[in-house]
Ligand binder design. Structure first.
Ligand SMILES: Cc1noc(C)c1CN(C)Cc1cc2n(n1)CCN(c1cc(N)ncn1)C2
Length: 395
């Protein structure tokens, strides 16, 4: 039989409204009204503390520290195709696990759903909406830089990522998706990790999943380790020092546009000297390539024999046999190097000997985009502190 003290502690942790322990001892029977918190996150360490206390066993300091710290979690990031065009991560929404594209360049959590025509659901895991959970009057509609998009209605449901649970998260159920999503049987939707200020739900903007859970996590951070032609990870609530070499170095983020936006102060091509120039950029896991200013892109491909800016293929191409120079961006005063081989994205068509460059021109976008081509050589900490920051280290 647990002691009153341990019961009190356990219930206090569970968020129950708890009567005074002395008061409890006077009563022979009592009922406790428990309010379910809108968000809780699994805290395995706390469960161990509760169990040890239940049997009056000593609680090791490291377990106590971990429990006090709050929950953390890790989700895999698996390439969606042979060229790392996108990365997919498992997310449980309600009772179904879907494969979502975690996207630090957008702020909507949307999923293929039972509201779509069944013809669009072939090959997909999809969210089976529960009408009782519908958010009355709420709609959403999103468009991405490549012209793709989706739209639908909104539900409040349980969303679990890497073992961390948001019990009442805005889930944007698709009623329609663009042709590129309809023909992509790997992507069941997106989980936005940009700032909630650019969420598209109307009339009341919704929060991202990270915005919902961050205050309960051990630390208000998530760390991204995408990999070259291999599965990487998203760490929530902690920084995993085993996943990078050298030091993490930080740069402040400008959140005015809702992105993880920062300034790079220069670049270099291969072993060339650093050219000092201010590059306004966003980190964006949902974008495949690395989009840079015209002058920077020209300087890069000037060092790639046989390269050209192809109207046919809509960007810079080169012979797939080309030896590509590395690309360096100066961020937070530190040279962040992308290996040359990472800058060969893919053959322009399957089997072609002409390859499409991982570095392309940012004309028409309005800023540079450090997408997967850049990110997959880094461990990137996204810190939601009073002054949000990005931390970079070499993988
Ligand atoms: C297959 C395949 N190959 O490459 C992709 C991508 C897919 C997935 N497929 C075509 C569908 C698709 C289209 C997009 N995505 N997925 C992810 C979100 N998109 C973004 C996000 C963002 N932050 N910025 C710009 N666009 C566009």
């Amino acid at each position: 039989m647990p002691s009153i003290a341990s019961l009190t502690a356990a219930l206090a942790f569970a968020g129950a409204v708890v009567a005074n322990p002395i008061e409890l001892q006077k009563r022979k029977a009592f009922s406790i009204h428990q309010e379910e918190r809108t968000t809780f996150a699994k805290n395995g360490a706390q469960s161990r503390v509760n169990t040890l206390r239940k049997f009056s066993k000593p609680v090791p300091a490291n377990i106590l520290a971990a429990a006090a710290a709050g929950p953390t979690g890790t989700a895999p990031a698996v390439p969606g195709d042979a060229y790392d065009s996108l990365y997919l991560s498992p997310v449980t929404i309600g009772n179904t696990t879907l494969q979502l594209d975690f996207d630090t360049g957008s702020a909507d959590l949307w999923a293929f759903s039972s509201l779509q025509p069944s013809s669009q659901l072939t090959g997909h895991d999809y969210y089976k909406v529960d009408p009782a959970k519908k958010v009355a009057g709420a709609t959403w509609k999103i468009s991405y830089g490549d012209g793709s998009g989706a739209a639908g209605t909104v539900y409040a449901d349980k969303v679990v990522v890497g073992g961390v649970t948001a019990t009442s998260q805005a889930v944007e159920a698709a009623t329609s998706v663009s042709s590129s999503f309809a023909s992509d049987r790997d992507t069941d939707g997106l989980l936005g990790l940009a700032f909630s200020s650019i969420n598209t739900v109307q009339p009341n903007q919704a929060k991202t999943w990270f915005d919902t859970v961050h205050s309960t996590l051990a630390a208000p951070v998530f760390s991204v380790a995408l990999k070259y032609h291999a599965a990487g990870t998203y760490d929530f609530g902690f920084i995993d020092s085993a996943k990078y070499t050298g030091a993490l170095t930080y740069v402040n983020v400008n959140t005015a546009n809702g992105f993880w936006e920062f300034t790079s102060t220069g670049y270099a091509v291969g072993t060339g000297t650093v050219v000092k120039t201010s590059i306004d950029a966003i980190g964006d896991t949902g974008t495949t390539l690395l989009y840079l200013p015209t002058a920077v892109v020209r300087a890069y491909y000037a060092k790639v024999t046989g390269s050209s800016n192809s109207a046919t293929y809509g960007g810079y191409v080169f012979p797939c046999t080309a030896t590509l120079p590395s690309f360096t961006a100066v961020i937070g005063g530190v040279n962040q190097v992308v290996p040359g081989k990472y800058i060969n994205y893919a053959p322009v068509t399957d089997g072609s000997s002409t390859c499409f460059g991982g570095i392309q021109d940012n004309t028409g976008i309005g800023f540079s985009i450090f997408g997967d081509i850049f990110l997959k050589s880094k461990y990137v900490v996204h810190e939601l502190s009073s002054t949000p920051r990005l931390g970079f280290a070499q993988q």
